[in-house]
Design a protein. Structure first.
Length: 249
């Protein structure tokens, strides 16, 4: 009997890439995500946005889900306001990912929600977002760019007993932040379980721990490049949860 690697679906972003042949519309999953899944024993597949009605059949065919980072969610979906610093708003991507979240919740599919992914989770289930952290809270240290993203620069305090704390095995982690939005109202069925010192929510935890969902506002896929133990633990926890639900043949 051969035990197969669990299949981990990863949501994608839709940039226009400059090529020698001109502009290319693409579905992109940053390689750091697929590397982190592969080195922890999963087999990644890319999920381009399709009709929300397809979410059920897609979730039938995967063992775990990474809700990846990317542009801002259309504020109309949570009763928010447009802000000048919002970027890459794509309602088609939003609606597809909201449907994935709701179906994943119904089926208790293992999920790792990262950055935008945490925000998608929150909005899909009835929460809302702070449209722009610098203009509302004043903190500017949630947004680093460039090569420093593989190193941590910000401390998050995590609630003991939350799924993220259990996966990592620590109540305090040093993280990388690349976001200008954050959770405002937490979705019903979840609670905030991790914060930076300015009070920004960095972890969501399900009230029902029988749904293995890890939701973090930072970017473990980049920290994993430098072998950060906490980040690798998040990916291995996802893959192990996915493996437990995987059929073997
Ligand atoms: Mn942050």
């Amino acid at each position: 009997m051969r035990v197969m690697n669990p299949i981990i679906g990863i949501t994608s972003r839709q940039p226009v890439i400059k090529t020698s042949g001109g502009d290319l519309e693409a579905h992109v999953v940053n390689k750091v995500y697929t590397d982190a899944v592969i080195r922890n024993g999963g087999t990644p597949i890319t999920l381009p946005p399709v009709a929300p009605s397809e979410a059920t059949r897609i979730i039938d065919r995967i063992d775990g889900l990474v809700l990846s980072g990317g542009g801002d969610i259309d504020p109309a979906s949570y009763g928010g306001k447009l802000h000048d610093d919002m970027y890459a708003i794509d309602p088609r991507r939003d609606e597809f990912e909201f449907a994935l979240v709701r179906e994943a919740q119904r089926r208790k599919l293992p999920v790792l929600a990262i950055c935008r992914g945490l925000q998608v989770l929150n909005v899909a289930l009835g929460g809302s977002l702070i449209e722009d952290i610098p203009s509302e809270i004043g903190s500017t240290d949630h947004s680093i760019r460039g090569p420093e993203v593989v190193n941590c620069h910000q401390t998050v305090t995590i609630e003991p007993g939350s799924l993220v704390a259990s996966a990592i095995g620590e109540a305090e982690v040093c993280v990388n932040s690349i976001h200008h939005q954050a959770v405002r109202k937490v979705a019903p069925g979840f609670r905030a379980a991790g914060w930076t010192s300015d009070g920004v929510i960095e972890v969501l935890d399900p009230e029902d721990h029988s749904w293995p969902i890890l939701a973090v506002q930072w970017h473990p896929e980049y920290l994993a490049v430098e072998n950060d133990a906490a980040s690798l633990a998040l990916f291995s926890s996802l893959v192990e949860a996915a493996r437990r639900k995987t059929r073997v043949s």
